[in-house]
Design a protein around this ligand. Sequence first.
Ligand code: IMP
Length: 193
Amino acid sequence: MTELIFATHNLHKLQEIQSLLPNGIKLVSLDEYGIMQEIPETGATLEENALIKCKFVYDKTGQPCFADDTGLEVEALDGRPGVYSARYASLKKNDGENIEKLLYELQEKPDRKARFRTVIQLVWDDTYIQFEGIVNGKIAMEPTGYSGFGYDPVFIPEGHERTFAEMELEEKNTMSHRARAFEKLVQWLSENI
Ligand code: IMP
């Protein structure tokens, strides 16, 4: 059984992907390797942040590992909040305040196109490889729905009329940025390991 470290402290994310992995790979958390701190996300892009987190863990453990980073990219805001999505309104990482700021900035803008983008960085036996998952959509005029987290109450995926926060997790997972990026990771592992 090969151990693969997911560079996250988020147990929910960990469980979500364990069930998708091919046989013979056991997913382990940072906590199990005694890495308890938040890894600093100092990169200017999602790609840089995923690489920073993944390298941090690989340098410490020498074990195969991967890290993910996600951002909401809004067309009329030149791709913001992007890599700063979690701390858009303030350093407190407050979802409600982030949404408020986003809606305020889009007030006068007719173009509400946006996308979520997830980047996953994997390192396996010194091979570094990235996977990307994207879901296109638009920003609603006001928040609706209670499921999910982050910007879910204001993100309406293309081809739908409800926000992510009005969907069950199972439905969101059939189209989400994260699910699409993880699918590519799982595919690579199935073919190469
Ligand atoms: P992370 O890289 O997964 O920690 O995501 C960074 C930030 O992007 C989060 O704090 C949320 O604000 C936002 N975000 C990421 N994924 C989602 C999602 O699936 N729905 C809504 N917001 C998200």
